[in-house]
Design a binder for this molecule. Structure first.
Ligand code: ZN
Length: 79
């Protein structure tokens, strides 16, 4: 397994409101014969898990709301 989990600095869990408890990684998603790697954010505190799909990227929404660039930086690093 080469699953890399990375903490998102300054991010708050939408479920339990814990700071700096969110990790970001990519999860393999197999549909038919195509494999995609879906960005996922997960709270290590309460187990909250959310897939960030291409259609609805939560990270982008946060940036628009004036949230810190932390999530954006992580995205760039992952590429
Ligand atoms: Zn949480």
């Amino acid at each position: 397994m080469s699953l890399r989990k990375q903490f998102i600095a300054g991010a708050r869990c939408p479920k339990c409101s814990a700071m700096d408890s969110l990790v970001f990684y990519r999860e393999e998603d197999v549909k038919g014969n195509s494999v995609r790697h879906i960005p996922v954010r997960e709270c290590v505190d309460c187990g909250f898990k959310e897939r960030l799909t291409d259609d609805e990227t939560v990270a982008d929404k946060q940036v628009k709301k004036g949230q810190p660039k932390a999530t954006l930086n992580i995205k760039i690093k992952q590429l």
